[in-house]
Design a protein around this ligand. Structure first.
Ligand code: NAP
Length: 268
């Protein structure tokens, strides 16, 4: 792993074997980064309002999956960053289709993040918050029956009462965040904030991310660019109706490992 942006005097000195000396690890030379270093590189800003960050992976030709899964376009380093971003989050917001297709399980408690989480007043692992209108989910799965932190289910006020009852019976905490069947993305973010969850991470999928972008609640995008071309008709990382004006983001950092680029963009 090495840092390509921002390049500071320190990274330049390190890369040229200069002023910083041999002992201090530097960012610009390719080397293994510990999870603590990654956690520092991806720390949430110190804000009092919910901060919503997305983590997505895309191929060079814009595919967000291959044959229905993101694993074929990911890498070991991508999974380390995926784990780090979960390790830093209070909650992981995810669309029901991603839960169904990727077989979501509860988030794990990771020793590497335990001290950091405790210092930040966080539980042992982030809660998973599933967004669904149909509530067509298997509530017998460990995601609902045996998470470390109760799984949240965000849905609309018109959702089927028997499905809500089934979710609650399994142990899920149902949060109403919309007047009809669906969830209003801005209301979902507020509702999570009202539960004391501020470090928000969304893992998509594309249909959910598209709505979060269009409703201007996405603060940050951690985008992995996978050095692959898949052709085909896979979804892009965000889909759905386009906003009238493209949303502008600025580059905050860029890391690289084995040809994969790990970018971090923030809303301007
Ligand atoms: N490349 C990546 O980083 C990445 C990340 C995540 C996923 N993926 C891939 O993306 C694919 C799935 O993504 P997707 O875009 O099809 O689906 P998605 O966004 O994960 O989920 C869509 C579902 O979420 C629920 N939903 C979304 N918006 C809602 C709203 N406003 N109110 C209520 N419910 C809402 C609905 O669930 P119900 O149908 O239950 O009502 C909807 O069918 C998979 O192939 C996965 O591998 C890739």
């Amino acid at each position: 792993m090495r840092r390509l942006f921002p390049v500071t005097d320190e990274t330049v000195a390190g890369a040229s074997g200069g002023a910083r000396g041999r002992d201090a690890p530097d960012d610009a030379t390719d080397r293994g980064w510990g999870l603590e270093e990654l956690a520092e590189a991806y720390a949430y800003p110190d804000v009092h309002e919910p901060w919503l960050r997305a983590n997505m992976v895309s191929t060079l030709d814009g595919a967000a999956q291959h044959e229905g899964h993101s694993q074929p376009i990911s890498s070991e380093a991508d999974m380390r960053i995926f784990g780090t971003l979960r390790g830093l989050a209070d909650v992981v917001l995810v669309g029901a289709e991603t839960v169904r297709q990727e077989g979501y399980r509860p988030a794990r408690a990771r020793e590497a993040f335990a001290a950091l989480r405790e210092a930040a007043g966080q539980g042992p692992a982030p809660a998973i918050a599933v967004v669904s209108a149909s509530l067509d989910l298997d509530f017998a799965l460990p995601l609902f029956t045996s998470p470390l932190v109760p799984t949240l289910l965000l849905t609309g006020a018109a959702a089927a009462p028997d499905r809500i009852a089934a979710a609650e019976k399994a142990g899920a905490q149902v949060v109403i965040a919309g007047d009809g069947m669906g969830v209003d993305p801005a209301r979902a973010v507020r509702a999570l904030g009202d539960l004391g969850l501020r470090r928000l991470l969304t893992e998509g999928g594309p249909r959910l991310l598209g709505q979060l972008v269009a409703s201007e609640v996405l603060d940050e995008l951690c985008l992995t660019i996978s050095p692959m071309l898949t052709v085909g008709d896979a979804q892009r990382i965000a889909g759905g109706p386009a906003p009238a004006v493209p949303k502008r983001f600025e580059l905050v950092s860029l890391l690289e490992e084995a040809g994969f680029l790990f970018s971090r963009y923030r809303r301007t």
